[in-house]
Design a protein around this ligand. Structure first.
Ligand SMILES: Nc1ncnc2c1ncn2[C@@H]1O[C@H](COP(=O)(O)OP(=O)(O)O)[C@@H](O)[C@H]1O
Ligand SMILES: [Mg+2]
Length: 394
């Protein structure tokens, strides 16, 4: 096929040619923006699900909705490395300054409410170690507001001082956190606490998030009032949506799939968006074309895409594990879907579940597995079990 027309977008966070099957989630986002404009309360969604289901692109889409509505928005990403975590608050502060400057810039003369908001943003940022911000905001920092050094107090003062300006302008303040399960506990706890307070007081502050299946449990662990959250599970696409995700972008540029080709690709992808993109991309690259992707093309693409996934998605994750962690994952790969810890104990010749605790916790921390329920374990990456089994055959 003509590579210049290849419509597929394999890659973490890459916006797909069409965001298929996510109308309900996009609508939920629109409701938050519309309610905020009316001054009524709303709860932003927190997306969770396996890797590669499209959480990041959804979060970005909701971010774009908020931006279009003129909101002040900040985007941060949770990181596993302790060194990176120390920078989170600074990134948050810097993001706020940039967003506030853009928002205030659009307003021309500043109202008193905006001057006060910018003053607190400025002192918050200075305290967070984001330098040079007084100059860039053009206001004096509001000393003594948002600068105690305690993340929770500072964030709350910051938001509290921004509320009049936000309300005056009919906009919200949106913090968008990807990989929220990896956000450092202090920052996460501060964000949740402020969200809680915002809900009680009708402040237009919204915490949006996306992360792995352990997100609801992780948030409950950090704060007890997480039941106020609007958790939305994101999964694989339905059969119809998966077909559309393969076929529609191709059809847009005049290329069709043979029915048998589409059947095969939909089946091997399992409807997981990341796999749809990788398989679609390989089919496009390998099919001689010029107008039809045949069943043989699909077969060749499946073999090639599998190799690509092994090298890119699976291999690096597998290599991140210690020998003991690999042994546990190997034992898990004997099940399809989730594994019972009791079975794993027996399979690995251990005596009791607690013999596996350290290994299990290590893998959860690395984001490779999660506990879908008490006594169960499952991979966070779809088809990881197939990969491990494949590796053993060769
Ligand atoms: N609704 C969708 N339809 C088709 N492709 C999608 C959809 N959502 C995401 N994708 C594709 O799936 C891949 C993974 O998306 P991403 O948002 O990074 O997933 P996650 O954050 O859940 O790991 C990307 O290549 C993206 O283009
Ligand atoms: Mg993601």
């Amino acid at each position: 096929m003509d590579q210049t027309l290849n419509p597929y977008t394999p890659g973490a966070g890459k916006p797909p040619p069409a965001l298929v099957g996510r109308e309900a989630e996009l609508d939920a986002g629109r409701v938050v923006v519309a309610r905020t404009a009316r001054g009524t309360s709303a709860t932003a969604p927190l997306f969770y699900g396996l890797r590669g289901v499209g959480k990041t692109v959804l979060l970005k889409a909701l971010h774009a909705q908020a931006e279009t509505a003129g909101w002040l928005t900040v985007e941060i990403e949770g990181k596993q490395e302790a060194s990176e975590q120390q920078h989170t608050r600074r990134r948050l502060a810097r993001g706020l300054v940039t967003a506030a400057r853009a928002t205030a810039g659009r307003r021309g003369t500043l109202s008193d409410a905006w001057k006060r908001a910018l003053g607190t943003i400025s002192s918050f940022s200075v305290a967070a170690g984001a330098t040079g911000v007084e100059l860039s905001l053009g206001v004096d920092p509001m000393r003594g507001r948002g600068d105690t050094g305690d993340p929770e107090t500072d964030l709350e003062e910051l938001v509290r001082d921004m509320v009049p300006a936000l309300k005056e302008s009919g906009i919200g303040l949106g913090v968008f956190v990807d990989e929220i399960q990896d956000l450092d506990p202090a920052t996460l706890s501060a964000l949740i606490s402020v969200q809680h307070r915002a809900g009680q007081n009708g402040w237009p502050f919204h915490l949006y998030g996306a992360g792995l299946p352990n997100v609801p449990a992780r948030l409950a662990e950090v704060r007890s009032y997480s039941e106020r959250f609007h958790f939305v599970q994101i999964g694989a696409l339905s059969d119809t949506d998966a077909r559309a995700a393969f076929a529609d972008p191709a059809l847009q540029v005049g290329v069709e799939y043979e029915a048998a080709a589409l059947d095969r690709l939909v089946q091997v992808s399992g409807g997981y968006p990341y796999f749809v993109q990788v398989f679609g991309d390989q089919a496009w690259r390998l099919a001689p074309g010029p107008q039809v992707i045949t069943r043989e093309d699909a077969d060749v693409a499946v073999a090639e895409a599998t190799a690509v996934l092994d090298d890119s998605l699976f291999h690096s994750r597998w290599n991140r594990a210690t020998p003991a962690q690999k042994a546990l994952m190997r034992a898990m790969a004997e099940d399809s879907g989730h594994s019972q810890i009791s079975d794993l104990v027996a399979r690995m010749g251990k005596r009791k579940p607690s013999d596996l605790s350290v290994t299990r916790d290590g893998l959860i921390k690395k984001g490779l597995i999660y506990a879908p329920d008490r006594g169960l374990l499952q991979f966070t990456v779809p088809h990881m079990d197939d990969y491990i089994r494949r590796q053993h055959e060769t």
